[in-house]
Write a protein that binds this ligand. Structure first.
Ligand SMILES: NC(=O)CC[C@H](N)C(=O)O
Length: 216
């Protein structure tokens, strides 16, 4: 707490999700880490931030009925909690130079509605699910090699193409251009395809339950 490593020395930084109570503590602590996190993002370190971690990399997260929690401002975006939770299987269409157009799958579970500003690009286009806010048809955010997303469920093993992209970019951050040798991804790809099928089956029948009330 109240300390920071030098994040520019890291090639791959993972920031996970959490409930609002933990986010309040993390929001205070992350202010000490913000300058180094911003420097690392500028230098091309790879970030994967999921759900609460994604929200805290924006300008702020305001829980439904709760106080505004300051973020890092790495992504040009803000998040405001709604009275319902978005919980469903999700599929996105993403395009990267290295991979071409691919489908990212996962499970979303959030009450926050995220709105991107002009300096953030979305991670993908929603094929099924709610995405950033249930309205604008996009999901996640990107800035340089920093990625934010609501897809947990879990995002890395179910999307081997995306995991490889993060590993490749992290290695390139340290060593320059690299090419990964192919591994047998058949089990992971079967999990991916099963998740994509579920997302498509749930499309249009998504449920949103009530948000948990704010309490300290
Ligand atoms: N699963 C999460 O990390 C979600 C937490 C988040 N604050 C929300 O929108 O509900």
């Amino acid at each position: 707490m109240k300390q920071t490593p030098d994040f520019t020395k890291y090639d791959l930084i993972l920031i996970h999700g959490a409930a609002d109570r933990e986010m309040e503590i993390a929001s205070r602590d992350i202010q000490h880490k913000a300058p180094s996190l911003l420097e690392a993002a500028e230098s091309g370190s790879v970030f994967l931030s999921v759900c609460a971690g994604y929200q805290l990399l924006g300008h702020y997260y305001k829980p439904f009925d709760g106080p505004e929690l300051k973020g890092v401002g790495l992504f040009d975006m803000y998040t405001e909690g709604g009275s319902t939770r978005f919980m469903t299987h999700m599929a996105l269409e993403c395009t990267f130079e290295e991979t071409g157009t691919k489908v990212l799958v996962g499970y979303e579970n959030h009450s926050g509605r995220t709105y991107l500003g002009p300096k953030s690009q979305p991670l993908g286009k929603v094929l099924a699910g709610w995405g950033n806010n249930g309205k604008d048809g996009v999901e996640g955010a990107m800035y340089k090699n920093a990625f934010g997303t609501y897809t947990h469920g879990p995002v890395l093993p179910k999307n081997p193409w995306f995991t490889d992209l993060l590993i490749q970019r992290a290695l390139e951050h340290r060593y320059g251009k690299v090419k990964l040798l192919p591994l047998d991804d058949s089990t992971e790809n079967a999990a991916h395809d099963a998740a994509q099928k579920l997302a498509m089956e749930f499309k249009g029948t998504m449920s949103a339950i009530e948000a948990t009330p704010w309490k300290r």
